[in-house]
Design a protein around this ligand. Structure first.
Ligand SMILES: [Zn+2]
Length: 481
């Protein structure tokens, strides 16, 4: 088990759902009290930087949607993986994964016939039991079906991607908000996929949270999408062995980036991830060639981040979806979704930045986990850390507890503060170091004499002594909020 998963279980960050029942299905996770705080902070940071900064609007749509929506979107027909079953041990494998794990490069959309041929030609064995006997592979739709109503006559699905709701709501929001294009609509919400092989904790789960922005725009009018042509983006292009920093203007000249909106959001998103706390060397944008793109995408970048024991993991899809979504919903619902701006009647195009929130959280924690003096140190930046500081009374007597509680009362209205009075001070330090809390304030006998406390910075383990009256000033300088 990786150190991060171990830490997550030990410190109430995340853990498998319904674990007290031995037959609970894999691929479902709960966030505990510490994990939820970190997740909420990530969401709030995204909201500020990505939705509100663009004068965007946010919705919270339903998770169950009628079947007709997904017939229109193509999910009923196309949202499927090729699956192979081992005849001997009965284990199912994702076809492309079985091949790639055996060292055979394939595209994700490989069809069952091609898989069967490769399994035979390359003499592939079951990773579990080593048998070479497989059943013919088949397509498996990973949408979760549900039935609505007592008579079960209204087929519906748990949404496989959250964005469909935004397309369904677009025209109403556009008209009622009285904004003109480009219009950013954001949403954080759950999506569900009946994954064949859920694994690696939060990396591949069956219920997950997406943070999306969908940018609606007129493709002929992109002058509002600003970017710095000299901004360097770490890209992995076709045939590249390694990612390399490339200025946007070069990507545009080579016609790899084809629109201003694409350039604008590549830069914005890269900056967002750096501000969130990722190391520069842990990020790259993988260009997806036409034959490997999702069925709706005209341009497609997978933003990936490096995780030590898993290598490169996709955390975000950046797609130019053209007017595909609005046009299919217009056709299937027989409701016009066109708008009129500057005398032109048209269907807006959509550019999306769709973030797998749980993957982002997992990889950010992994990227931020360091070792200091042989102990874990989770180095989260201040907008993401679950608490800014912990308050520790040295003992629970002689009025030291009362002084500590009073300090907690004073500070927690302005900062995120955790109070911990259990165990040795050393253990309390180790506890907060592991969950990303930066400062520890210890109240001791000297506090009673001269009103001073010790402040320890977990990033350096250095301690200073300050008068309680100086704390506000100190934290105002150290923390932005
Ligand atoms: Zn087997």
């Amino acid at each position: 088990m990786s150190e991060l998963i171990n830490l997550a279980l030990r410190r109430n960050i995340f853990y498998p759902t319904a674990k007290i029942y031995s037959n609970s299905p894999a691929g479902f996770f709960d966030y505990g009290p510490i994990g939820l705080k970190i997740k909420n902070n990530i969401v709030e940071f995204w909201r500020k930087e990505f939705v509100e900064a663009n004068n965007g609007l946010e919705i919270d749509g339903c998770q169950i949607l009628p079947k007709a929506v997904f017939e229109a979107s193509g999910h009923v027909a196309n949202f499927a993986d090729s699956v192979v079953k081992c005849k001997k041990c009965g284990v199912f494998f994702k076809g492309d994964k079985l091949l790639s794990d055996s060292g055979i490069d394939t595209k994700e959309q490989i069809n069952p016939e091609e898989i069967d041929k490769l399994i035979k030609d390359k003499n592939i064995a079951c990773p579990k039991c080593k048998s070479k006997n497989f059943e013919p592979s088949f397509k498996f739709n990973i949408m979760f079906g549900v039935n609505v109503g007592i008579d079960n006559k209204q087929p519906a699905f748990l949404r496989g991607e959250a964005c469909q709701t935004i397309y369904l709501d677009f025209l109403r929001i556009y008209k009622n908000s009285r904004q003109s294009l480009p219009l950013v609509i954001g949403q954080i919400g759950k999506a569900f996929r009946n994954e064949i092989a859920p694994k690696n904790a939060l990396i591949r789960t069956r219920e997950f949270t997406q943070m999306d922005i969908q940018v609606f725009f007129n493709p002929k009018k992109q002058e509002k999408f600003d970017y710095n042509p000299d901004a360097k983006i770490p890209v992995l292009l076709i045939n590249d062995k390694k990612e390399h920093l490339t200025p946007l203007k070069e990507l545009i000249n080579k016609k790899i980036v084809k629109s201003k909106v694409e350039a604008c959001y590549l830069e914005k998103y890269y900056n967002f991830l750096l501000k969130l706390g990722y190391k520069e060397t842990s990020l790259r944008f993988k260009y997806t060639p036409e034959d490997e793109r999702p069925f709706y995408a005209q341009a497609c970048w997978d933003c990936e981040t490096y995780v030590d024991d898993l290598e490169w993991i996709e955390i975000t899809g950046i797609h130019s979806r053209t007017d595909h979504d609005l046009s299919v919903h217009q056709k299937h619902s027989q409701t016009s979704l066109e708008i009129v701006e500057d005398g032109e009647k048209f269907l807006p195009h959509v550019f999306e930045v769709s973030i797998g929130t749980d993957r982002l959280l997992y990889t950010l924690l992994s990227d931020s986990l360091e070792t200091l003096n042989e102990k874990n140190l989770l180095k989260l930046n201040e907008s993401i850390m679950p608490y800014h500081m912990g308050i520790f009374p040295l003992v629970n007597k002689d009025d030291i507890d009362k002084l500590s509680l009073k300090l907690f009362e004073d500070l927690h209205r302005k900062y995120k503060v955790i109070y911990d009075d259990k165990g040795s001070i050393g253990k309390r330090y180790a506890r907060i170091d592991e969950i990303g809390v930066r400062y520890a304030i210890t109240v001791d006998y000297q506090t009673k004499e001269d009103n001073t406390v010790t402040i320890r910075d977990s990033w350096t383990t250095k301690q200073i002594r300050l008068n309680i009256k100086e704390l506000a000033d100190f934290f105002n300088k150290k923390l932005a909020h």
